[in-house]
Design a protein. Structure first.
Length: 151
């Protein structure tokens, strides 16, 4: 009986450890009204220590997947301009492999201005596709879906 219990605990701890490693980024999604019929949508990535998330804009020699933010069509809203990034961007360079990357550690906020066509309450939804790496490995790209109310 002890062997079975020990085996179950061992398997559970391996699954829990892999789940922790597979999600080094915690996302939150909010909006703020900044003017009449104009909002900012905030896609905030909180990144675990020693991990990095890649910018939407990468140098030509980069090999990691840049973060890509897609908004679903909504006839009540228009996307105003490009998504901006707020955080401390780091330029990573590997002289041996001759590659570089624009990346963030700890936290980055992606901000998109949205204009609502009427005073109706609505939502904006979409996805963030991103890749994370630490000093030893890179995880496969991951997609996070979001939906934010515009009130």
């Amino acid at each position: 009986m002890k062997k079975i219990l020990l085996s179950v605990l061992l398997v559970a701890s391996v699954i829990f450890a892999n789940a922790q490693l597979a999600s080094p980024v915690l996302w939150s999604f909010t909006s703020k009204k900044i003017a009449d019929k104009t909002y900012e949508v905030y896609l905030t990535a909180t990144i675990q220590n020693s991990w990095h998330l890649y910018s939407q804009n990468q140098p030509k020699d980069a090999i990691n997947q840049p973060t890509e933010i897609l908004f679903n069509k909504n006839p009540l809203v228009t996307i105003d301009g490009k998504t901006t990034e707020v955080g401390k961007m780091e330029l990573y360079q590997d002289k041996k492999l001759k590659i570089s990357a624009n990346q963030y550690a700890n936290k980055v906020v992606f901000i998109q201005k949205i204009k609502v066509k009427s005073n109706a309450k609505t939502t904006i939804s979409g996805s963030v596709e991103y890749q994370t790496c630490d000093d030893k490995k890179c995880l496969p790209p991951k997609k996070e879906l979001f939906k934010v109310a515009l009130k």
